[in-house]
Write a protein that binds this ligand. Structure first.
Ligand code: CTP
Ligand code: MG
Length: 166
């Protein structure tokens, strides 16, 4: 899951500049995504996720990591892109509900990356998903994700990378 977990913190570190919605509003008069979703964050985050995935693929060739899911380039790219697409889609719906940038939205804020990553995998590489992500692994992801989310956001807040600790 590293290729899906890394994009969010990297986007928070390197994000900024032009927002993806270019400051435009949706038909409801509210921002499409908001200033928290930028091109720089999206591109840096997805590249970082792909890079860590490539390192994992290399490591799997050097050490015996056969107990881990066998990663290839396609699932790595789907995990990384899906994580931040999920985050983007979540922000779209957050704005539709009138929530300001950075407002708390429990459950959605934690699982957006998992949903985004798994939807892309289901559409573009379902055979990898079915053969490599076992039920216990999926359960582990559901438990680990909110814990990692909370921990990294507190660290990001203390480092002044994030404006809020969630
Ligand atoms: N970020 C970015 N581009 C993205 C995603 C994130 O630049 N595609 C950066 C922004 O600086 C953002 C920070 O990472 O403020 C934290 O991300 P997140 O918590 O997802 O954004 P929020 O500011 O909370 O906005 P939202 O309410 O839309 O979730
Ligand atoms: Mg947020």
């Amino acid at each position: 899951m590293l290729p899906a977990y890394l994009p969010n913190p990297v986007a928070a570190l390197f994000g900024g500049g032009a927002p993806i919605d270019a400051g435009r509003n949706y038909i409801d008069g509210l921002r499409v995504f908001g200033d928290g979703k930028t091109w720089r964050g999206l591109i840096a985050g997805v590249l970082a996720g792909i890079l860590i995935g490539l390192v994992q693929i290399l490591a799997a060739g050097m050490y015996d990591l056969s107990w881990l899911p066998r990663l290839t380039l396609l699932p790595v790219c789907l995990l990384a892109a899906g994580a931040l697409l999920g985050d983007l889609v979540k922000s779209f719906f957050k704005r539709r509900f009138g929530k300001e940038r950075g407002a708390k939205w429990p459950v959605a804020d934690q699982y957006d990356l998992v949903i985004g990553a798994f939807v892309l995998l289901l559409v573009f590489d379902p055979s990898w998903l079915m053969s490599e992500v076992t039920l216990p692994a999926f359960a582990g992801i559901l438990i680990l994700t909110p814990l990692l989310h909370r921990a990294t956001n507190i660290i990001g807040y203390l480092l002044k990378v994030k404006e809020v600790p969630w």
